[in-house]
Design a protein around this ligand. Structure first.
Ligand SMILES: Cc1cc2nc3c(=O)[nH]c(=O)nc-3n(C[C@H](O)[C@H](O)[C@H](O)COP(=O)(O)OP(=O)(O)OC[C@H]3O[C@@H](n4cnc5c(N)ncnc54)[C@H](O)[C@@H]3O)c2cc1C
Length: 471
C-alpha cells in the first residue's frame, strides 16, 4: 500500500489527511506544533474572548498523527524524511503543508528572540501568550494595520485595553481597501478604543517603565504594556529549498499541486501556484481536496483552479467585505458612496456589467448580493444606484439576484471557506440535517471563518417555515 506522509498538521495538512481517509487512503501526519490541529482563523475570536480553546478545534479526525514532531530534512533519493528527534520516516508520496510563519521586520533595538512583552500572532501559543499579557496591561501597541493587525487590535480593545495601531503604509489594509474606506474605518476603530497611526514606521524598539515602546519615524514615541507584531507572513519553504525543490516565494506547484519532484506535493500557505502564494483557507482546503482525489486514484486528473476570493474582517462592531481589484484601469465604471458620520462606505468597480472589485464597509444591505454577483460573475442590475445603496430593489434582474434564501439561486456559494452552495445546504436539510451543527457536519459549511453562520441559519429557517406553511 502506498505510504503517504504529510508534513504540517495545520489547516491544510489536517484537511488533506481527512480527505484521503474518506477515500480509504491512510496518511501519516508529522506536525511541529505540540497540540492537535485547530482552526487558526478562529484565533481572532479566541483573542477577543468570543470563543474558548474548545471552540477552535477542527472537526477533522486524523488517525495517524504525531504532534510535536518537526521534520528537518527530506532525503529525496531515499524517499524519506528526517525528524528532529532522529526518526526517519519513509514515504511513497510526500505532501508538504508547512504553512507560513509570522514575519518580524528588522527594528533597531528589537532582539531576534522576542522580549517577554512582544508577541507575533500566528499560532495557538501566540494567542495564549497575548491573552496572558493583556491580562496585566492597560494599553497595547499593534504593529501592522492589515487584516490580522486589526483583528488583533479589536480583540485587545474588546478586553478593555487602549490600543494603538502603527501602520507604515499611508492607509489601512492597503491590499483590500482604498484610502477613503481606510479613513472611515479609522473613524469606526477610534469609537472602539483603537487609535490608528498610518504612514509612520517603527524606527526603534525600547523597553519602558510601562513595558514596551516604539519610536516612530515622525519623532513620536508610543509606549504600552505589550506589543503585537502583525506585519504579514512568509511561506515556510526551508525544507523544500534544502531538498532542492523549485522554490520562489513559495514552493512552486502545478495544477495538480505537484512540486518539481513528482513524488512530492505542496498545499496551503507554503505553496505557490501560477505565481500566487496562499494566505487564505479556501484555497488551502481546495488544494487539499485535489491532492486527495489525485493520490487516491478517485480522480487522477483532478486539477486546482483558483476561484475569486472575498475577504471579510472578523472584528465585532465592524462589517467589512472586500473583493477583486480596485486598481485604476480604463473601461471600468467606478461607483462610490460614503457616509463617514455613520461609518459607511460602498465602492463598486464594474466592467462589462460584471463586478470586478468592491469594498463594503459598515451598514450595507447589498453586501450579500454584491458578493453573489462577484462570485458567480453574473450581470449586475441596470439600476446601479440601488445595488450601491442596497435600497429596495425592483425589476426581475435585481429580484433574482437578491440574497434572501428563497430567491438565492441554488448555485450561490454560501460558505466561501469550504465552497458550499445553497443547493448543497438544501439537500442536507432535506436529508434530515436540520440545524446548523447537523448541516455543518454534513457539508462543512460554517466550519471555516464562520461568517456564513447567519446565512446557513437563514436557509434552514426558511426551509422549516416553507414546510410548516405547506402543513
Ligand atoms: C489570526 C489569524 C486569522 C486568520 N483569519 C483568516 C480568515 O478570516 N480567512 C482566511 O481565509 N484565512 C485566515 N487566516 C489564514 C489561515 O489561517 C491560513 O491561510 C491557513 O491556516 C493555512 O493553512 P496551512 O495548513 O497552509 O498553514 P498552517 O495552518 O500555518 O499550518 C502549517 C503547520 O505546519 C507546521 N510545520 C511547519 N514546518 C514544519 C516542519 N518542518 N515539520 C513539521 N511541521 C511543520 C506548522 O507548525 C503548522 O502547524 C488567518 C490566520 C491567522 C493567524
Amino acid at each position: 500500500m502506498t505510504q503517504v506522509v504529510i508534513v504540517g498538521y495545520g489547516m491544510a495538512g489536517a484537511r488533506c489527511a481527512a480527505e484521503l481517509a474518506r477515500f480509504g487512503v491512510k496518511a501519516k501526519v508529522l506536525g511541529a506544533e505540540p497540540h492537535r490541529a485547530y482552526n487558526r482563523i478562529l484565533l481572532s475570536n479566541l483573542l477577543a474572548g468570543k470563543t474558548d480553546e474548545a471552540g477552535v478545534e477542527l472537526p477533522d479526525a486524523v488517525e495517524d498523527v504525531r504532534p510535536g514532531t518537526r521534520v528537518v530534512a527530506i532525503a529525496r533519493a531515499e524517499r524519506a524524511v528526517h525528524c528532529e528527534d532522529g526518526e526517519v520516516v519513509s514515504y511513497d508520496h510526500l505532501i508538504l503543508a508547512t504553512g507560513a510563519d509570522a514575519w518580524v521586520p528588522p527594528i533597531e533595538g528589537l532582539p531576534e528572540a522576542l522580549p517577554d512583552r512582544v508577541a507575533v500572532f500566528r499560532t495557538l501559543d501566540d494567542a495564549r501568550r497575548i491573552v496572558a499579557l493583556a491580562g496585566s496591561a492597560r494599553t497595547a501597541l499593534v504593529l501592522g494595520g492589515g487584516l490580522l493587525g486589526l483583528e488583533a487590535a479589536r480583540g485587545l480593545a474588546t478586553r478593555g485595553l487602549d490600543v494603538h495601531v502603527v501602520h507604515p503604509v499611508g492607509h489601512l489594509m492597503e491590499r483590500q481597501i482604498d484610502p477613503d474606506a481606510s479613513g472611515i474605518l479609522a473613524g469606526t476603530l477610534s469609537g472602539l478604543g483603537i487609535t490608528v497611526h498610518t504612514g509612520v514606521s517603527a524606527d526603534r524598539y525600547a523597553e519602558t517603565p510601562e513595558g514596551v515602546g516604539l519610536c516612530l519615524s515622525d519623532g513620536r514615541t508610543i509606549t504600552a504594556g505589550l506589543l503585537v507584531i502583525a506585519c504579514g507572513v512568509r511561506p515556510n519553504v526551508d525544507l523544500a529549498r534544502g531538498a532542492g525543490l523549485n522554490v520562489e516565494r513559495g514552493i512552486v506547484v502545478d495544477d495538480r499541486l505537484r512540486t518539481s519532484d513528482r513524488h512530492i506535493s505542496a498545499i496551503g500557505d507554503c505553496a505557490q501556484h501560477r505565481g500566487q502564494v496562499g494566505g487564505l483557507v479556501a484555497p488551502a482546503w481546495a488544494q487539499a481536496s485535489v491532492v486527495a482525489r489525485v493520490l487516491s486514484g478517485e480522480e487522477p486528473l483532478a486539477a486546482y483552479h483558483p476561484t475569486p476570493v472575498v475577504t471579510r474582517l472578523k472584528a465585532s462592531g465592524i462589517d467589512l467585505a472586500s473583493m477583486g481589484s480596485l486598481a485604476e484601469e480604463p473601461g471600468h465604471e467606478d461607483l462610490r458612496f460614503a457616509d463617514p458620520a455613520r461609518g459607511t462606505y460602498a465602492r463598486l468597480r464594474i466592467r462589462d456589467d460584471r463586478v470586478t472589485g468592491a469594498v463594503l464597509l459598515g451598514d450595507n444591505p447589498s453586501v450579500g448580493q454584491v458578493i453573489q454577483l462577484f462570485d458567480r460573475g453574473d450581470a449586475v442590475p441596470a439600476d446601479r444606484r440601488a445595488l450601491l445603496l442596497g435600497r429596495a430593489l425592483g425589476g426581475a434582474a435585481t429580484a433574482q439576484a437578491a440574497p434572501t434564501p428563497a430567491l438565492m439561486p441554488d448555485l450561490t456559494t454560501v460558505c466561501q471557506c469550504n465552497n458550499v452552495s445553497k443547493g448543497a445546504i438544501v439537500s442536507a436539510w432535506r436529508d434530515g440535517h436540520r440545524d446548523t451543527p447537523a448541516i455543518a457536519a454534513r457539508t462543512r459549511a460554517t466550519t471555516g471563518c464562520g461568517t456564513c453562520t447567519d446565512a446557513v441559519c437563514g436557509i434552514s429557517d426558511w426551509l422549516s417555515a416553507s414546510e410548516g406553511a405547506r402543513g
